[in-house]
Structures are given as structure tokens and as C-alpha cells.
Design a protein around this ligand. Structure first.
Ligand SMILES: [Zn+2]
Length: 169
């Protein structure tokens, strides 16, 4: 019988690295939020110009910019925590995109696309890819008791096999 092989120490770290990294969603969401802030600043600037020139509705634009800033803040915070709470973060990034579009209409198109893509990826992408179990590595001492040749691992049965003797361990 082959000696049962202990899990290699590296197995734990391998499993951790298999987890989907959320760097993409985080970067896209934060960049989208920063763009959103710029749109808010632009909105304030436009409303300021409007006031100077006495354009009707300029004050309304300033009020809407508050919503734009709020949406962008929500987007950035949601993107920042995407690694911890991907589903919730994704939902809030999409909410931020919608709020931003209400606040700045089509001026928010680019931030909304970035936040929307980040949010959708956070929602859709699987938490973990399907992990293929690694076969236990054979030990130098694991030889067939009949012929002394090393066992061959058969993944579909999860057993060790001797080709010469046609037997399982
Ligand atoms: Zn054998």
C-alpha cells in the first residue's frame, strides 16, 4: 500500500489564488467614479456660467450636480469594497451609474458605462472557478508491493495503479 500523502503546504495558497481577483472591477469602478466627479465639477462650472449670464435653470443644474457627486461617491466606495462584497458592490455601482445619469444626463455617459461594466462584472463573474483537484504527488516510497515499480495515479478513480501487475493499490 502506498503511504497516504499529506496535502502539500502550497495547496492552501493555490486555492486562494484561484479565487477571482476583483482588480478589474475595482479599477473600472473607481476610474468611473473619478470621471463622474469631473462631470459634477463640469456641471457646477456650467451652472456658474449660466448664473453669470442669467440663464434660466442654472440653479437647477447646480442642484443636479449634488446628485452627480453623490452618485460618483457611491460608485467609488462600492468599487473599493468589491473584493469583500462583490454582489452588493456590483448592485451599488449600477445604482451609481443610474443616479449619475439622472444627475448629469448624457454628460455622465462615460462614467456610467465604466460603473455599469464594473458593476455587471462584479455581479456576473463567478466567485471561484471550478477547481480541478490536484493528484497527491507520489512518494519515493510508494512502490507496488508485487513488482516494486512506482504506482501510477489514475485521476478518474482517485487510485494508484500498477501497469505491470494490472492492480490498484
Ligand atoms: Zn506491480
Amino acid at each position: 500500500m502506498p503511504v497516504p500523502v499529506a496535502m502539500p503546504a502550497s495547496a492552501k495558497t493555490e486555492a486562494r489564488s484561484n479565487k477571482v481577483t476583483r482588480t478589474g472591477e475595482m479599477v473600472v469602478g473607481i476610474v468611473g467614479g473619478i470621471f463622474g466627479f469631473l462631470v459634477g465639477v463640469f456641471e457646477l462650472f456650467i451652472s456658474g456660467l449660466g448664473k453669470v449670464f442669467g440663464v434660466a435653470g442654472a440653479a437647477g443644474v447646480a442642484e443636479l450636480s449634488t446628485l452627480t457627486f453623490f452618485a460618483s461617491t457611491v460608485g467609488i466606495i462600492a468599487a473599493a469594497v468589491v473584493g469583500m462584497k462583490p454582489r452588493l458592490s456590483g448592485a451599488f455601482m449600477i445604482l451609481a451609474a443610474v443616479l449619475g445619469l439622472i444627475g448629469a444626463s448624457m454628460f455622465y455617459a462615460i462614467p456610467a458605462i465604466l460603473l455599469g461594466v464594473g458593476g455587471l462584472l462584479a455581479l456576473i463573474r463567478k466567485e471561484r472557478p471550478i477547481e480541478t483537484p490536484m493528484p497527491p504527488s507520489p512518494r519515493a516510497s510508494s512502490y507496488c508491493m508485487k513488482c516494486g515499480k512506482p504506482w501510477i495515479y489514475v485521476p478518474q478513480y482517485g487510485k494508484w495503479y500498477c501497469e505491470t501487475c494490472k492492480i490498484y493499490a
